[in-house]
Design a protein around this ligand. Structure first.
Ligand SMILES: [Zn+2]
Length: 285
């Protein structure tokens, strides 16, 4: 891990010094033909460092009103002051939270044995081209909506093939319910939740045929609310991939042509945790 980080550090330094061609943002060579044309080049790390690229923060702010998984032993986020400027000369707080609360990452060990914990995921997995599949209209009509392979193929006909190494987001429109916990989890009289998600077939397709790095969604779970077997979590985690849940502001992103930085908290043996996610957009024309 240390070698990888060092290499990455040198690459970054090299790019900033102009020694290394900024291939970081470029797609893997095998898929170069799938990408946008040369008239629309990928942005560079120099542009990012110069503050020239629009950044969308895909992270909800943590507080004690955040929705959380309504399971046994889960609890709301809490923040406790442990020192104050008046009494101690310093302001300091402690945070208490389930790993899977707010905008967070599901590590591969969340649902499968012998898979990496959050601290073991290689840094390279946290950077990739972004894709947004918009199913807000379908989800509005049917809160139990499942994304199928056909929906992905339809998206690809309209846009481009999902790039190798992509981080794929499913935009269900659920983000607009974030500050309304009952509406967000949408439980019926039996306690069953109703919100949209990925089908396991779609996720297998993205992993096997498109070699994606991870998937995200703007709901409580990448499996739809009705799921009891968590098939999507199992398929994703068994392939060593991660999920991102409660992702914010997907409506501010284009369908493709942007890059994603994923930065989860690094807890030893953790099954996930609070995660800052940034989308880096091309410079404004
Ligand atoms: Zn989770």
């Amino acid at each position: 891990m240390r070698n990888t980080l060092t290499k990455f550090g040198w690459l970054f330094a090299g790019i900033l010094a102009g020694v290394v061609t900024p291939q970081f943002f470029a797609p893997p060579a095998a898929d170069a033909s799938r990408q946008r044309g040369s008239s629309d080049p990928d942005p560079t790390l120099q542009q990012l460092a110069a503050g020239e690229l629009p950044i969308v923060d895909l992270t909800w702010t943590l507080n004690d009103r955040n929705p959380y998984w309504p399971g046994e032993n889960y609890e709301p986020f809490r923040l406790k002051t442990i020192a104050t400027l008046e009494k101690d000369g310093v302001l300091s707080k402690s945070i208490f939270t389930p790993e899977h609360l707010g905008t967070h990452l599901d590590a591969p060990n969340h649902f499968e044995k012998n898979q990496p914990s959050v601290d073991e995921i290689t840094p390279e997995a946290f950077f990739g081209p972004g894709v947004v599949i918009d199913v807000a209209a379908e989800s509005e009509a049917d809160p139990d909506f499942l994304l199928s392979i056909q929906h992905i193929e339809q998206w690809e006909r309209t846009h481009e093939p999902v790039p190798t190494g992509a981080i794929v987001f499913l935009k269900t429109g659920w983000g607009r319910h974030w500050t309304n916990y009952p509406r967000y989890k949408n439980q019926d009289a039996m306690g069953k939740m109703h919100f949209p998600g990925y089908s396991v077939e779609a996720v297998r397709f993205l992993i096997e045929k498109r070699k994606i790095r991870g998937i995200g969604i703007d709901t409580l779970s990448i499996d739809r609310g009705l799921s009891r077997d968590f098939a999507v979590h199992h398929a994703l985690n068994a392939a060593g991939r991660y999920g991102l849940e409660n992702v914010a502001r997907l409506e501010e992103l284009p369908a493709s042509g942007f890059h994603v930085f994923v930065a989860p908290v690094k807890v030893e043996a953790g099954t996930g945790g609070p995660t800052r996610i940034f989308a880096i957009l091309p410079p404004k024309p």
